[in-house]
Design a protein around this ligand. Structure first.
Ligand code: NAD
Ligand code: DAU
Length: 331
């Protein structure tokens, strides 16, 4: 089986490629990645000899047509993925997340290739902090940011291509991932690398916002379950009962790195900051028999901190630029 993985030099895509080669030898893997600021070929170094890497954009119709034409399945991770960046400049989000997805859909339609679309729980908007509800596949779309609205738009394109053209496609909407190779602009790696750099962690606002954390390997094992057993045209929500507010997560990072509990700064809150995300993954668990492996967040976080300690050469070149951008916004 020939698999095209878009965005395979990013955080989740690179971990997906590693897992695929480790656990699913029936796939040969081609990665298509534009190597934006978020893409890093070093994340693929351990598997570089076992894959084909193509440097290019998912919005390049001629290139995409050629690559999809020689694939059996496409797994589409490539995206502009960071909310804060989308608030500064939405335009690349439109180009990659909307036009890029459209370009892939036209190619899979032409060549009759199986397509899996990686998306986010943020398409559903947010929940109140004291609301017992969780997102389900029936929750109406209500995205808040330029990032999440372009992801929502891309999901709707997939649904329309399924209904109008009968393409063989599935969608997954996952909650917040953590693990190795995550860019230092994101919450957990930013705080961990701040501590490792002698800088104080930065908490937006009061830190009461809740995210539903899942280890990246659990996200990716769910994607494999969907590729293997998912029904065409269906949406699967991926989550692992990992709700925590940002203060709790930061508290654990400080504890695990031997810092005092108050060794952080409260900084300017994110504009339009979603309050809470929470996933009901019943459909994935009951229909496809998927279960997460990383059920102890503290253990998974400790292993992630160890990874950042051991891989400073991977993140150090990114750190100063990211902090300078945040500092310019009082964050
Ligand atoms: P990331 O920012 O770490 O990686 C994105 C990758 O896409 C990079 O390698 C980048 O170079 C590549 N890319 C960007 N524009 C491209 C283009 N035009 N053509 C080809 N490649 C391009 O993102 P991530 O956190 O790994 O997220 C991957 C996917 O998972 C995204 O679709 C995101 O919406 C989704 N997702 C992320 C999370 C999370 O917690 N990070 C949760 C749910 C869903
Ligand atoms: O829910 C899935 C989404 O999770 C994905 O679709 C996105 O691609 C991914 O980036 C992530 O979005 P968030 O906006 O939730 O993640 P981020 O890591 O940017 O922030 C997590 C929380 O931490 C959020 O409430 C904002 C807060 N935060 C973030 C940073 C960078 C801080 O308090 N301080 C910070 O320095």
């Amino acid at each position: 089986m020939r698999m095209l993985v878009t965005g395979g030099a990013g955080f989740i895509g690179a971990n997906f490629v590693h897992q695929t080669l480790r656990e699913h030898p029936e796939f040969s893997v081609v990665v298509l990645d534009a190597l934006t600021y978020a893409g890093n070929e070093a994340s693929l170094a351990p598997v570089r000899d076992d894959i084909e890497f193509v440097h290019g954009s998912v919005a390049d119709a001629e290139l995409v047509d050629r690559l999809v034409g020689r694939s059996d399945v496409v797994v589409h991770f490539a995206a502009e993925s960071h909310n804060d960046n989308s608030l500064r400049d939405p335009s690349p989000f439109l180009q990659t997340n909307i036009v890029g997805t459209f370009t892939l859909l036209e190619a899979v339609r032409k060549h009759g290739v199986r397509y899996h679309h990686i998306s986010t729980d943020e398409v559903y908007g947010d929940l109140e902090l004291d609301d017992p509800a969780k997102f389900t596949p029936e929750t109406p779309y209500n995205p808040s940011s330029p990032y999440s609205s372009t992801k929502a738009g891309s999901d709707l394109l997939v649904r329309a291509w399924v209904r109008s053209f009968g393409i063989h496609a599935t969608i997954s909407n996952c909650s917040n991932n953590y693990g190795p190779y995550q860019h230092v602009e994101k919450f957990i790696p930013r705080q961990v690398t701040n501590v490792l750099s002698g800088l104080r962690p930065k908490l937006y606002g009061a830190g009461e916002n809740v995210r539903d954390w899942i280890h990246v390997d659990d996200h990716n094992s769910a994607v494999h379950a969907i590729l293997d057993r998912g029904r065409s045209g269906e949406t699967y929500l991926i989550g692992a009962e990992g709700e925590k507010n940002n203060r709790e997560v930061l508290g654990l990072i400080l504890e695990l790195t031997g810092q005092p509990a108050d060794a952080f700064d409260s900084v300017t809150d994110r504009v339009g900051h979603d309050l809470r995300y929470a996933i009901d993954a019943t459909k994935l668990r009951t229909e496809l028999g998927w279960t997460p492996r990383y059920t102890d967040f503290r253990d998974g976080l400790a292993a992630t901190i160890d990874w950042y300690r051991a891989n400073e050469a991977w993140w150090r070149p990114l750190k100063d630029g990211v902090e300078a951008t945040y500092a310019a916004q009082g964050q």
